[in-house]
Structures are given as structure tokens and as C-alpha cells.
Design a protein around this ligand. Structure first.
Ligand SMILES: Nc1nc2c(c(=O)[nH]1)N[C@H]1C(S)=C(S)[C@@H](COP(=O)(O)OP(=O)(O)OC[C@H]3O[C@@H](n4cnc5c(=O)[nH]c(N)nc54)[C@H](O)[C@@H]3O)O[C@H]1N2
Ligand SMILES: Nc1nc2c(c(=O)[nH]1)N[C@H]1C(S)=C(S)[C@@H](COP(=O)(O)OP(=O)(O)OC[C@H]3O[C@@H](n4cnc5c(=O)[nH]c(N)nc54)[C@H](O)[C@@H]3O)O[C@H]1N2
Ligand SMILES: [Mo]
Length: 749
């Protein structure tokens, strides 16, 4: 049974009221040193990050400025990602039994260093290094296990480039399956589904320049100080210019309160930095629909009395469904709204007033919105909010789902999709003269269920760490072990490697910052950021080992083993892959030429042009306020990232802004809930969720924190042991990692 091991108790420290500053710079250097990347070498690599001829930060998908890029277009956490990738430590996997690997935390596994040889494990034996040829032959041999192509599953993590991802989906579809689960199924899938249903396009409608014109910026369920630190520079400029910034989040995140730009002396010398949030709304976990309904109700009431509040012309020309929403808002009582959110009416009215006065507003959101059983409903409610004031299709306004992985959006664009459109498969089939499978494939949760239920499947992972990323860790562990073959394309050891199938292969790949030399010369890859800009990324650093291969080259090896096809021409020159992408996907005309321009190019987005595709008009929707069974002493738990991690890669055991040091075994609770449970900060507890069965983890300590009563927070991936696989949004399949009903008990041991 997998439970992410926890080691070391956390110590509480001072909670920060401002993000950035010189500590961020000091942390950058210290991570380069502790990860043995070498400070000078590390800084040289960092100097190429996010530059026009350099590589794209593997951290997040926040866009780079098209104009004035500074020499330091990176953040503390991007630097940590590079320190992690450019470590000179080489992992010696064969020194550990599989059991010993399972006992290591994600942090300890990362410390083992880079994997530089292919490795193989058979029947649970330790990994031993092998040749690429042997790996290829074993994969070819295992193909015989396939009774149908749908017994193969191809997982993708959003760091894969457009080129690798395009070849990978071609591989799976040529084999005959649409089984393409990917990390976005656990991430922004609710945004894609919610937006497609209401505005016809599943991507954000703003570009970075819109932030220069927005009069108000609403930030729902996002912690950019940690997860999108370069967004803070954008917010800082907006705040200085006088834009209102409204933050909606159960936790007071330092990065939303104030920011000291590490490269601006004026900020560094000031005591408090630049204040960001104009209004900070600490609503209860899972209550965003109720909060937005309160705002809509207020705006509609003002409209009745004063008129000219909502965007009537926009609404009649471009939208449908307002009357139903109006009726729903008037029927929803303030008692219901205030009870669900835990806010006062005046807090909600203040936000509505800011929104009313702003003639162009941007609505940003991330995981606090999408990772709920009501994730799609949440997103649709945000769309309601945007539409009622006509905040679409004009400068300084729009919908801005802030993506996570640096190319998660691009992977979807080029075909990583378990439910591809007929248009896409039609064009793919024509370009490669074959018939892609017509039936829908499996997403992450469905794939895990199948791997758990059926023996002998083949699981491939282009990056990522399914074991730690997916809900119900114990079930995922069994699912992976049930496979006839598990293949991981990885840079570093992770917990998924510790749960091998009958045969398990790890194939080491080049990292983003490393030189990719192929038969026709040095190659670059391309990625798409959160704002639909496609641009190039070229690593120039010396690879961690001589035997590493690029991701496209590894996918070509799969094609050789599984399809008996020679894809070496694509590997020799990635322009040839891009020519094919251009043939299959809209918006990539003259791909090779345009992507060589300094800032790349932007993909079309019809919603931005107020063309709502097949919907005809943008749709207002009625979304019910969700309720949770947290009677008596139950709590609504959300899982989140600390400041020292990139998803399942744990850089360190601190969460500096939240004042937590040296350990990750904390559960943040309101002081009143501590009292209710006769607990004090530091007490050890066990936490249980009780859905179709009871799940329980122990060894955690409670921490009194500024979080609404009845709510709790802990870190991901540890919390995944409590999230049932079945607890997911019905429409998008997104696991509900941000609303899990739990109970806690004092733990005596
Ligand atoms: N350094 C670093 N950068 C990253 C990542 C990383 O792990 N580390 N991960 C990348 C990835 S893949 C992603 S998807 C993004 C994730 O970026 P975020 O979405 O910022 O990540 P989370 O830590 O999950 O934080 C979610 C926020 O939602 C809030 N929240 C929780 N529940 C609710 C709710 O019900 N309502 C509201 N309004 N708020 C809520 C939490 O308090 C928290 O502030 O970051 C990307 N960038
Ligand atoms: N409880 C809970 N669960 C969550 C979340 C949550 O907030 N709460 N967030 C969800 C979200 S938003 C996401 S996106 C998923 C993330 O899910 P994943 O994308 O599967 O996880 P990562 O931790 O990003 O993947 C890390 C691994 O990728 C490999 N890697 C790193 N760089 C490279 C590279 O350049 N190439 C290749 N091939 N491999 C590389 C390394 O081996 C590393 O161990 O997790 C989800 N799970
Ligand atoms: Mo994500």
C-alpha cells in the first residue's frame, strides 16, 4: 500500500506578508549549490532561460514578455527547476532494491541525481542498466501481450515539446488506440470543458499585453507567488498603474499581498514592497460558485435600480441564457451565499463594486477552481461573471486560466487528447495515410481503473510521475504493478519507478536546458504558453550523460519496437515533424518559418474575436451551489503545493512564505477547529476520508493557520492517499484534489 513516506517534523516560523526580495535571490544560489549544479555553471545556464535564442523555463506556462526581456527572465522557482535538472550527481539506481526505492520520499528520490543510462527491472528485481537496443527488443517482445491496441496506455506530462508529443500521439493512434491520459486531466481539464461549453474554445482569451490595460484583475484559486512567480512582475506593474487586484482564496498567500521585485532597487529598499491585492476574500474551500452568485446578484439588483450596470448590448448581441441565470440569482438567498462562503455581505458587495466600476477586467484562475467535483461548474460560473460585463473580445479583458506545466497547452493542441475531434483524426489520417481509431480513449482516472482491473497492460509515460500525481496512491501503485510492461521516459528517479510492472524500463532523456544534437545538426523544439504563443526552445548545456536521447528520438524507438516503422528522418531534423504538424493542425501555417521569428507566433482563438464556433452565442449557465457532508467535526480538505516543489518533484522541505520549515507533514487548520478537536499546534493527528471505503494517513501535525473555519489544507502529493479515484468532476474527470471531506483524530503513538 503506497503512502508517500513522511520524514522530519515541520517547524512553524514567521508567515511572510511580501513575496520576492533578496531572499529569493539567495535561495536561487543556495539551490544551485545544494543540488550540486555549481553556482557559476548554474547561473550560466540560467542566463539562457526564457531568452529569445535560449530555452523555455520548464517551470510554468506564464508567457515571456515579447518586448523588453531582462537578462534575468527567470524566477526563484525556475532556478530551482534548473538546479534540479543540471545536478552533476548521477543516480545509481542498481544500488537499491525496489523496496528501498518505495521507502524514499519524492525529495530523497530526486536527490539521487540524473538517470544517464536506460534501466530495466524484471519481476520486481532491482533496476540494472541496459542498452537502448535491449530496451527496444524487450518492448517489442512485450507487444505480444497486447490482445487489443486498447491494452496500451500512453501517459504524457505537460513538459513534453510539441514535436515529441505529436510523434507520441501518432505512435499510439497508428497502433490503434486513443488512450492518451495526460496530466491536464488532473489539472485544467475543467477549464477546457467549461470554456468549450460556454464560449466554444477551451483556451484562455487574453494575451500578456491585456494586463497593461485591465482596470481590474480577479485572481481565483491561484498562488502565483510560488507557482507562477513571473506573473508577480505583471501584477506589480498593474498595481502601480492603479489597477484593482481582487484575490479570492481561502488562504492569505504572501505572493498576492505584496511583491518586492528582486531586480528593482526601489522595491528592495522599501520595507513592504509593492502592495498587490486591493481586496482579499478568504472564502471557504469549494464556495466560489456561491461567492460569484453573490456578485452577480448584487450587479443584477443594481441594474434593476440604476440601469447601465451590466453590458446589455454585448449580452443581447453575443450571449444566450441570461434570463435563467437572473431567475436563479434572485432565488438564491443571501443566507445561502453567506453560509456557503463564510463571508459577510459587505465583502461580496465591495468586490461587485470594484467589478462594476472597471470597464475592462481580466479573470484569472488555476487549481483552486478546477480541482473540485464541481470544477466545470466553477469555470462556467467564472464565464458568467465575465459575460455579464462583456469582458470578452476587448483589450484589457478576458478569461485567463493560468496553465501549469510549461507545454501542457501545446501538447493538447498537437493531439494529446483521449477524445480527439473528428476533424483532427481526419486530418491526421490523411497526412499519414492511415485510419486513426474512431472510439474515445481513456483519461487518467479511467486508465488507472483499467490498469487496476485488468492484468497485463502496457503503460508508457512520456515524463511525469503518475504514482505521486494521481489520486488514490495505493490503487495507482497496484495498477502499475499489474502491468506487463511499464516504460518511463524520465530525467530523474521518481516514485512511479518504485512500482514496476512485470517488466519495467526507464529511458533517460535530455532535459530542456541541454544541447540536442541530431544527424542534421543542433535541434530546437517548440512549446505553447498559457496565452497561445508558440515559440522555440533550445538548450545549449552539456547533457548530463553521453547516452541520453531526446524525447523525439525515444518516441522513434517506440515506433520501431511497436510499429516496425523507421522514424529516423523525423529525428534527424525536427523541421520535418513541424511540417507534419502544420499539415494536421490549424493555425500552424508556415510553422518552421514563423517559429524562427524572435517571439514566435500566436495561435488563433475565435472566442477572442467573439466567434463562439458551433455554439453561435456565448452561453450563460445556471450552476448550483455545491454542498459537502461535513456535519459535526468533518472538515473540507484541499491539497496544494509548497514553495519548495514542482508538482511531485520536491526541491526542499520548506514552505517559506507560509512560514513552514523542515518538514511537509502539516495540516493547516483554523484555531477554532483546533479547539473543537481539543488540539494545539504541533499535535500529531491521523486524517481519514470516508467515501466508498475508509482511507487514513497518520504522522501529520496540526498547525493553527489563517484559514476559514471548517476547512483544512495539506500538501500534494502526500494528500493523494486520501483522494478516492472516484471523487472527480463528472464532466471533465478532474480529480477533486481541492475538496475532500475528512475527519481528524489526535494520534497517540
Ligand atoms: N514552483 C512551482 N511552480 C508550478 C508548479 C509547482 O508545483 N511548483 N506546478 C505547476 C502546475 S502543473 C500547475 S497546475 C500550477 C498550479 O498553480 P496553483 O493553482 O497556484 O497551485 P496550488 O498550490 O494547487 O494552489 C492553488 C491555490 O488555490 C487555493 N484554493 C484551494 N481551494 C480553493 C477553493 O475552493 N477556492 C479558491 N478560490 N481557492 C482555492 C489554494 O489556497 C492555493 O492558493 O503551477 C505550475 N507551476
Ligand atoms: N492531490 C493533488 N494531486 C495533484 C495536484 C494537486 O494539486 N493535488 N495537481 C495535479 C496537477 S495540476 C498536475 S499537472 C499533475 C502533475 O503530474 P505529472 O506531470 O505526472 O508530474 P510531475 O511531478 O510534473 O512529473 C515529474 C517527473 O517528470 C520527469 N521529468 C522532469 N523533466 C523532464 C523532462 O524534461 N522530460 C521528461 N521526459 N521527463 C521529465 C521527472 O522524472 C519527474 O520525476 O499532478 C496532479 N496531482
Ligand atoms: Mo498542472
Amino acid at each position: 500500500m503506497d503512502k508517500t513516506p513522511i520524514k522530519g517534523d515541520a517547524q512553524p516560523g514567521r508567515i511572510k506578508s511580501v513575496a520576492g526580495g533578496l531572499t529569493a535571490v539567495k535561495q536561487t544560489l543556495s539551490h544551485l549549490r545544494t543540488k550540486k549544479a555549481g553556482a557559476i555553471r548554474g547561473l550560466r545556464i540560467l542566463g539562457q532561460m526564457n531568452q529569445k535564442n535560449g530555452f523555455d523555463c520548464p517551470g510554468c506556462a506564464w508567457p515571456d514578455p515579447a518586448d523588453h526581456r531582462s537578462k534575468f527572465e527567470y524566477c526563484e522557482n525556475g532556478a530551482k527547476a534548473i538546479a534540479e535538472e543540471s545536478t552533476r550527481t548521477i543516480a545509481k539506481l542498481s544500488e537499491f532494491s525496489i523496496k528501498a526505492l518505495t521507502e524514499k520520499t519524492d525529495f530523497e528520490l530526486g536527490l539521487l541525481g540524473r538517470i544517464v543510462q536506460p534501466h530495466i527491472s524484471k519481476n520486481g528485481s532491482s533496476y540494472t542498466s541496459c542498452s537502448w537496443e535491449e530496451a527496444r527488443n524487450v518492448i517489442q517482445e512485450c507487444k505480444k501481450n497486447l490482445s487489443t491496441p486498447n491494452d496500451a496506455i500512453f501517459y504524457t506530462s505537460g513538459r513534453a515539446s510539441n514535436e515529441a508529443a505529436f510523434l507520441y500521439q501518432l505512435l499510439g493512434r497508428k497502433l490503434g488506440t486513443n488512450n492518451f491520459p495526460d496530466c491536464s486531466n488532473m489539472c485544467h481539464e475543467s477549464s477546457g470543458v467549461g470554456m468549450s461549453k460556454t464560449v466554444g474554445v477551451g483556451k484562455g482569451t487574453v494575451s500578456l499585453s491585456d494586463f497593461k490595460y485591465a482596470e481590474a484583475i480577479f485572481i481565483f484559486g491561484q498562488n502565483p507567488g510560488t507557482n507562477h512567480p513571473r506573473m508577480l512582475s505583471t501584477l506589480r506593474e498593474a498595481a502601480i498603474r492603479g489597477a484593482a487586484i481582487v484575490c479570492i482564496n481561502p488562504l492569505k498567500e504572501s505572493g498576492l499581498l505584496a511583491f518586492k521585485h528582486p531586480q528593482k532597487p526601489r522595491d528592495i529598499l522599501s520595507k513592504d514592497g509593492v502592495a498587490l491585492a486591493t481586496e482579499y476574500v478568504q472564502l471557504k474551500v469549494g464556495s466560489d460558485i456561491a461567492f460569484i452568485k453573490g456578485m452577480l446578484k448584487t450587479l443584477l439588483e443594481w441594474q434593476q435600480v440604476e440601469g447601465d450596470i451590466i453590458a446589455q448590448e454585448f449580452i443581447s448581441q453575443h450571449t444566450a441564457g441570461l434570463p435563467e441565470l437572473e431567475e436563479n440569482c434572485s432565488k438564491t438567498s443571501w443566507d445561502q451565499i453567506l453560509d456557503a462562503t463564510g463571508l459577510t455581505k459587505s465583502q461580496i458587495v465591495r468586490c461587485a463594486d470594484i467589478y462594476r466600476r472597471s470597464s475592462s477586467s481580466i479573470i484569472c484562475w488555476a487549481m483552486g477552481i478546477t480541482q473540485h467535483v464541481h470544477g466545470v461548474a466553477n469555470v462556467q460560473e467564472l464565464v458568467n461573471l465575465a459575460l455579464i460585463k462583456g469582458n470578452l473580445g476587448k483589450q484589457g479583458a478576458g478569461l485567463c486560466p493560468v496553465r501549469g506545466h510549461s507545454n501542457v497547452q501545446g501538447d493538447r493542441t498537437v493531439g494529446i487528447n483521449h477524445a480527439p475531434s473528428e476533424e483532427f483524426t481526419g486530418r491526421l489520417g490523411k497526412a499519414f495515410s492511415f485510419s486513426p481509431p474512431p472510439s474515445k480513449g481513456l483519461d487518467v482516472a479511467e486508465s488507472i481503473e483499467k490498469m487496476h482491473r485488468e492484468d497485463g497492460l502496457l503503460f508508457f509515460a512520456l515524463g511525469g510521475n503518475l504514482l505521486s500525481a494521481a489520486p488514490d496512491s495505493a490503487v495507482v501503485a497496484e495498477a502499475l504493478q499489474n502491468c506487463a510492461l511499464t516504460v518511463h521516459v524520465s530525467t530523474k528517479p521518481n516514485r512511479s519507478h518504485a512500482y514496476p510492472g512485470a517488466v519495467s524500463i526507464i529511458l533517460p532523456c535530455l532535459g530542456r536546458s541541454e544541447l540536442d544534437k541530431q544527424a542534421t545538426g543542433d535541434q530546437f523544439v517548440t512549446v505553447e504558453n498559457s496565452m497561445s504563443v508558440v515559440h522555440r526552445s533550445q538548450g545549449r548545456g552539456k547533457p548530463a550523460g553521453e547516452n541520453l536521447r531526446s524525447e523525439p528520438a525515444i518516441v522513434a524507438l517506440f515506433a520501431d519496437a511497436l510499429l516496425d516503422e523507421d522514424w529516423n528522418d523525423y529525428v534527424a531534423n525536427y523541421d520535418r515533424i513541424r511540417d507534419k504538424i502544420e499539415e494536421v493542425v490549424d493555425g500552424f501555417e508556415n510553422y518552421n518559418q514563423r517559429v524562427r521569428s524572435e517571439s514566435g507566433f500566436i495561435l488563433p482563438n475565435s472566442a477572442r474575436e467573439l466567434d463562439f464556433e458551433a455554439l453561435g452565442k456565448a452561453q450563460f449557465t445556471v450552476n448550483e451551489i455545491p454542498t459537502f457532508e461535513t456535519k459535526e467535526k468533518g472538515l473540507l480538505l484541499m491539497t496544494m503545493r509548497s514553495h519548495d516543489q514542482f508538482n511531485t518533484t520536491i526541491y526542499g522541505n520548506d514552505d517559506r512564505y507560509r512560514g513552514v520549515y523542515g518538514g511537509r507533514n502539516v495540516v493547516f487548520l483554523n484555531e477554532k477547529d483546533l479547539v473543537k478537536h481539543s488540539l494545539k499546534s504541533g499535535d500529531k493527528i491521523s486524517i481519514s476520508s470516508n467515501y466508498e471505503k475508509k482511507r487514513c494517513i497518520a504522522g501529520y501535525q496540526v498547525l493553527s493557520y489563517d484559514i476559514p473555519e471548517g476547512c483544512a489544507a495539506m500538501y500534494f502529493p502526500e494528500g493523494n492517499a486520501l483522494v478516492p479515484l472516484s471523487l472527480r468532476d463528472k464532466q471533465s474527470g478532474t480529480p477533486s484534489s481541492k475538496s475532500i471531506v475528512v475527519t481528524i483524530r489526535k494520534h497517540f503513538s
